[in-house]
Design a protein around this ligand. Structure first.
Ligand SMILES: CC(C)(COP(=O)(O)OP(=O)(O)OC[C@H]1O[C@@H](n2cnc3c(N)ncnc32)[C@H](O)[C@@H]1OP(=O)(O)O)[C@@H](O)C(=O)NCCC(=O)NCCS
Length: 258
């Protein structure tokens, strides 16, 4: 595995699906439709069979689980070229943005945090279990589905919140995967934005991760999410690689649907 593939596997470990089948080094994932990452095939490494066969297995697995087939492949990778050659296309309809930038860094840009988070009146805290308001901000409900509970709740995770006047104004999730901390679900309520709350949450998540031995942070953000990209850039994150979602040509999978 090269460093990009290793990081992709770590990100996938931080986002566990309800069901996962291995296809060589590929992962076929299902989580009741909750998030593209947990409901697509991760095409990194060697599937251990010709690409056409691997893609047929992707379709069969997806159909057996009742989800549309999709592949997550690293931009510019051999897998991506082979998937393209098989007639698959970029899933431009993907609701959350079909192309994703994977950023690495440490949320510790001192001068920026002094301006935006640490000197403010709001201190974020990170707990080992999610609160109802954490769920509300992170999943849009205080009663998460089994899939949401599994994907977001499994593993050695921290659940960060920041409160303003008794209201939970922002939240973040941080998952430890070996030496890496995977940061996700960063969200600040619209009425509380541009006050440094996200910066404060990132600082708290980073500190929590460091205490647990994770020296590098990784996060995945849609290339169209301008506000989040600006925040992460200011915090000192840089792009490691990108990935995209791919879907089959209509006939390929429809014919195989049973
Ligand atoms: C992205 C998000 C978390 C930022 O929250 P926030 O609390 O407003 O961010 P902060 O106030 O800490 O911003 C700190 C800095 O980030 C940058 N930034 C944040 N929002 C920005 C925006 N809309 N446009 C440009 N830069 C922005 C700025 O540099 C800002 O500093 P400044 O306000 O002094 O210019 C928030 O917009 C949000 O919840 N968006 C929806 C969910 C989401 O996209 N999450 C990220 C998923 S990867």
């Amino acid at each position: 595995m090269n460093p990009v593939e290793t990081l992709e596997q770590a990100c996938s470990d931080a986002w566990p699906p309800l069901k996962q089948h291995r296809l060589g080094e590929w992962r076929l994932r299902w989580a009741g439709g909750f998030t593209g990452r947990a409901n697509s095939a991760l095409a990194v490494g060697d599937p251990g069979m010709p690409i056409a066969e691997a893609l047929r297995a992707v379709c069969d697995f997806a159909h057996s689980q009742g989800i549309p087939p999709a592949v997550q492949a690293v931009n510019g990778s051999r897998a991506e070229a082979e998937i393209l050659a098989e007639g698959w296309r970029e899933n431009v309809e993907h609701a959350a943005g079909y192309e994703v930038s994977v950023l690495v860094g440490v949320a510790m840009n001192g001068p920026f945090l002094a301006k935006n988070g640490r000197n403010g009146p709001f201190i974020a805290s990170v707990r080992d279990t999610p609160t109802p308001t954490w769920w509300e901000l992170s999943a849009g409900t205080t009663e998460p589905t089994p899939a949401q509970r599994h994907v977001l709740g499994t593993g050695a995770n921290g659940y960060g919140v920041v409160e303003v006047d008794g209201v939970t104004a922002g939240a973040v999730r941080v998952a430890i995967v070996g030496p890496v901390a995977h940061i996700s679900r960063l969200a600040v309520r619209p009425e509380f934005r541009r006050r440094g709350l996200a910066a404060e949450l990132m600082f708290a998540a980073s500190s929590w991760a460091k205490e647990r031995g994770a020296g590098q942070e990784v996060l995945q953000v849609s290339v169209s999410n301008t506000p989040a990209l600006a925040l992460y850039r200011e915090l000192g994150f840089t792009e490691h690689h990108r990935y995209r979602y791919w879907v089959p040509p209509m006939a390929t999978c429809k014919d195989r649907k049973s």
